[in-house]
Design a protein around this ligand. Structure first.
Ligand code: SF4
Length: 408
C-alpha cells in the first residue's frame, strides 16, 4: 500500500455505532457481534465521521492514515466482522454512499390500534395488613395498590365505556388487579363484559387471597397470575400444591415470586422444583434497604448487556420510544389514567375519552418516549442502545444506571 493512495472506508447500514470521548462501540445487528475501541483518538475520529449523516457512511482516508497502527487494526477488525469495507477511490468516480439506519416515523393518521396494546385496570385499592410492606411494589411491577386507609372501587360504568372504545382491538391485553379483586361489587359483571371480547386477560391475585372457586373464572384467553410474597406459610404451600392438581391446563396459571433477598430466591427455587411449577417469573422488590440484592441480581454486567443481542428493529425503536411503556396505560380505581404510574397522571376517564388521553401522552407525555440516551448517565455511555429500555425500577429508584459499568 502506497502512502499517497486514497481509499474509501465504509460502514454497513446494519451496523450501529456510538462514540463517547475516545471510546467507540460498533454493533452488527445481523451477526450480533460487537467491537469496542478504547483510548483511540484516531478511531473515534474516523467513526465520528462515518456516523455523520452528511457523509453517507463512506469517508475518504489516505494510505498514510492506514499505516497508523490503531487505524490499521480498526479496519482489519471491521472487515473481519462484516461491519465495513475498504476500497481504492479509483473504484468509483464519485464518492459512494450507504443507507443510514434511521427510524422511520409513521405519519399515517392516528389509530388506537397502533397505539394501545395493554390496559391495566385496578378495580379497587385498600388496606391489606399483610401486603402493607409491599405498598411500593405497585411502582415497580404489576401489583395491587395497598393503602393505609380508605378503600376505593372503580365505577363499572367507566370500564364499560372503556371496553366500548377498545372493543375492536383484538391484540389487546387487559390486566385486572385489586387489593381484593373478587370483593368488587361488580366483578362478575365485569368478567362477563370482558369475556365477550377476544382480549387476552390476566387476573392478578395474591396467593393468600386465592380460593379454589376462582379457577372457574378462568375462561378462554384468561390467565390467573398468583403473586407469591414471603414469608410464605405452610397453608399457602398446600394451597399452591392444590392449585397445581386442579388446573388441567398449565397455561391457565402464572406464578410471580416477589423476592427481596437471595434467601427468598432460594426458597422460591425450591418450591418451583418441588411443585414442578411452570410459567414462573421472579419480581425483585426494592424495599428501600436491599440495594445490595439488586446489585447482585438486577444490575447488569457488560456480558449481560452484550448477551441481549437486540436486532435492527429493536435498536431503531430505542432511538424514539420506550418499548417497556409504549402502548400501555393504567386505570386507577378513581378513574385516573397513567401512561406510567411513576409519572404524572394523563387525566381522568370521567372527563376524557381513551383516545384523548392517549393523544395527550403522544403529544406531551414522558413515559412512552423516555429513551436511555436522554438520561444521565446513560447518555454518556457507549452501551446506551444495547441496554434494555428504561424500566419502572429505574424510575422508582431514580437511578438510570442499574449496571456495573463505570462511566467517566
Ligand atoms: S450507564 Fe446506562 S447505558 Fe450504560 S450500561 Fe449502565 S444502564 Fe446501560
Amino acid at each position: 500500500m502506497k502512502s499517497k493512495e486514497a481509499f474509501y472506508l465504509s460502514l454497513e447500514p446494519y451496523v450501529h455505532g456510538v462514540v463517547k470521548e475516545n471510546k467507540v462501540l460498533l454493533y452488527n445487528t445481523l451477526n450480533k457481534k460487537h467491537l469496542i475501541f478504547i483510548n483511540t483518538r484516531e478511531v473515534a475520529g474516523l467513526v465520528n465521521r462515518l456516523l455523520q449523516p452528511s457523509n453517507g457512511r463512506v469517508i475518504e482516508i489516505t494510505g498514510k492514515q492506514l499505516l497508523q497502527s490503531p487505524v490499521k487494526k480498526f479496519v482489519q477488525q471491521i472487515r473481519r466482522n462484516f461491519m465495513g469495507e475498504l476500497f481504492p477511490t479509483s473504484w468509483s468516480e464519485v464518492k459512494p454512499i450507504n443507507f443510514l439506519p434511521i427510524p422511520i416515523i409513521n405519519e399515517s393518521p392516528f389509530t388506537l390500534e397502533d397505539n394501545l396494546y395493554e390496559i391495566t385496570i385496578h378495580l379497587n385499592d385498600g388496606v391489606e395488613p399483610s401486603l402493607l410492606p409491599f405498598r411500593n411494589a405497585f411502582y415497580q411491577f404489576l401489583f395491587p395498590i395497598i393503602t393505609s386507609e380508605n378503600t376505593q372501587s372503580l365505577d363499572i360504568r367507566l370500564v364499560r365505556h372503556l371496553i366500548d372504545e377498545v372493543k375492536y382491538l383484538p391484540l389487546l391485553t387487559i390486566n385486572l388487579l385489586g387489593s381484593r379483586i373478587f370483593d368488587h361489587p361488580d366483578v362478575e359483571r365485569l368478567m362477563n363484559l370482558l369475556q365477550v371480547k377476544q382480549f387476552r386477560k390476566k387476573i392478578y391475585i395474591p396467593l393468600y387471597q386465592f380460593e379454589p372457586g376462582f379457577l372457574s373464572m378462568i375462561r378462554k384467553n384468561t390467565r390467573m397470575v398468583l403473586l407469591i410474597a414471603f414469608p410464605i406459610t405452610h397453608a399457602e404451600i398446600r394451597k399452591l400444591a392444590g392449585i397445581i392438581k386442579e388446573i388441567s391446563h398449565k397455561d391457565w396459571v402464572e406464578f410471580n415470586f416477589i423476592v427481596q433477598n437471595s434467601g427468598e430466591v432460594e426458597q422460591s427455587e425450591q418450591l418451583i422444583e418441588d411443585l414442578e411449577l411452570h410459567n414462573v417469573y421472579f419480581k425483585p422488590f426494592f424495599n428501600g434497604s436491599n440495594i445490595s440484592f439488586f446489585e447482585t441480581t438486577v444490575f447488569m454486567t457488560e456480558s449481560d448487556i452484550v448477551a441481549s443481542k437486540p436486532n435492527q428493529k429493536q435498536i431503531l425503536s430505542r432511538y424514539i420510544l420506550n418499548e417497556n411503556d409504549f402502548g400501555k396505560i393504567t386505570l386507577l380505581p378513581d378513574g385516573t389514567v397513567y401512561s406510567n404510574v411513576n409519572e404524572e397522571a394523563l387525566g381522568s376517564l370521567r372527563e376524557l375519552s381513551i383516545i384523548d388521553l392517549i393523544k395527550k401522552e403522544q403529544n406531551n407525555g414522558r413515559a412512552w418516549k423516555r429513551i436511555r440516551m436522554d438520561e444521565e448517565p446513560c447518555k454518556r455511555c457507549i452501551y446506551h442502545f444495547l441496554c434494555p429500555p428504561v424500566s419502572n425500577y429505574e424510575l422508582h429508584l431514580k437511578k438510570f444506571n442499574l449496571c456495573h459499568i463505570e462511566i467517566n
